[in-house]
Design a protein around this ligand. Sequence first.
Ligand code: NAD
Ligand code: UDP
Length: 320
Amino acid sequence: MSRRILITGGAGFLGSYLSEQLLAQGNEILCVDNFLTGTRSNIEHLAGHPRFQFMRHDVSVPLYAEVDEIYNLACPASPVHYQHDPMQTTKTSVIGAINMLELADRMKAKVLQSSTSEVYGDPLVHPQRESYWGNVNPIGIRACYDEGKRCAETLFFDYHRQYKVAIKVVRIFNTYGPRMHPQDGRVVSNFIMQALRGETITIFGDGLQTRSFCYRDDLVEAMIRMMATDGEVIGPVNIGNPGEFTIRALAEMVIDLTGSHSKIVYYPRPQDDPMQRRPDISKAREILRWEPRVPLREGLVKTIDYFAGLLSGGHAIAAE
Ligand code: NAD
Ligand code: UDP
C-alpha cells in the first residue's frame, strides 16, 4: 500500500538514494532539505515524478505536512561540515528532532531517527553493541554532532514513553558510495578524489585507527527494514558493515583500485578522533534479518566509477 513519506535531508548522500528506493516501491515522497550539504543534482532525476515533491526547508523550523512515515536524516555528517557551524549542527539535531517528533505525534506517523556510531564516541568497548553507553567528550570539537545526536535519541525515547510516539532509532556506522559529495571531507571521498587526481593521499595520524565501511545500498535497505518492523521494535539498532580496516589499509586499497601513483602523506590526527570502530550487528541480524552484502573492494570500485564520472564531466547520477 502506498504511504506518504517525509524524508528530511532527502537531497543528501543517503537521503537521495532512500527517496529513490521508497519512490520505486510506490510511495509518495516529500523530500525536505536546506541544501547545506545536499545538492539539487542528487534529486534532479526524481523531480517531475508525480509522486515526488521537494520542499526547501530547515528542520529547525516547525513543519506541518500530512504524512504516514518520517525518516529524519537532516544533519551534516562529515566532521568538516558539522564543525563548520557547530551551533547550527546541534540545533539541527535537537530542534530538528523535536519538530519531527511533534509532527509524528500530531499525524500519528512513525518516525525513524538516523543516529550514529558517534554516540559511542572514542569507544572503550570493542566491537560496539547497543548496550554500550559510549565515551564522548562533551566539550570537544566533535561534541556538536555527537551530543546533538545523543540528545536526539533521548528526545525520541522520551516522546515514545510520554506520548507513545511510534519511534525507530538506527545507529549508522561509516557509510560510503556514489552520491557522496566530492568535497565532503570524509575519508572515502577524500582518498578517491586524491587518487584520481594524482594528488597526495592525506592520512591523519599514523593511519592505524580503524573504521568499518558499509556500502550505501546495504545501509538504506536496513533503514527501510527497520521502518517496517512492528511497533514493539524501537531500537536502537546498529547498522553497518562489521568488516574493520585501518585507514592505512583503506588508502592502499584505493591506490590499488585506481591504479594511482599518489603518495601517502601523514598529518596530525584531529582531536577526539576515535581510534577504533566496528559495529556488533547481532541485533540487526536478528530483528531485521539483515546483513551487509557488498564487500569493501566491490563497493569502492562502484564509488570510484562514480567519482571518475564526475571528474570527466559526466552527469552525476548517470555515472552510477
Ligand atoms: P549528507 O550531508 O549528505 O546529508 C545530510 C542532508 O541533510 C544534506 O542534504 C543537508 O543539506 C541536509 N541538512 C542539513 N541540515 C539541515 C537542516 N537544518 N534542515 C534541512 N536539511 C538539512 O550526509 P549523509 O551521509 O547522507 O547523512 C544522512 C544522515 O545519516 C545524517 O543524519 C547523518 O548524521 C547520518 N549518518 C550518516 C553516516 C554516514 O557515514 N554517511 C554515519 C552515521 C550517521
Ligand atoms: N581521515 C584521514 N584522512 C582524510 C579524512 C579522514 O586520515 O582525508 C581519517 C580521520 O581522521 C578518521 C577516519 O579517517 O580517523 C574517518 O574519518 P571520516 O571523517 O570519514 O569519519 P569519522 O571520523 O566521522 O568516522
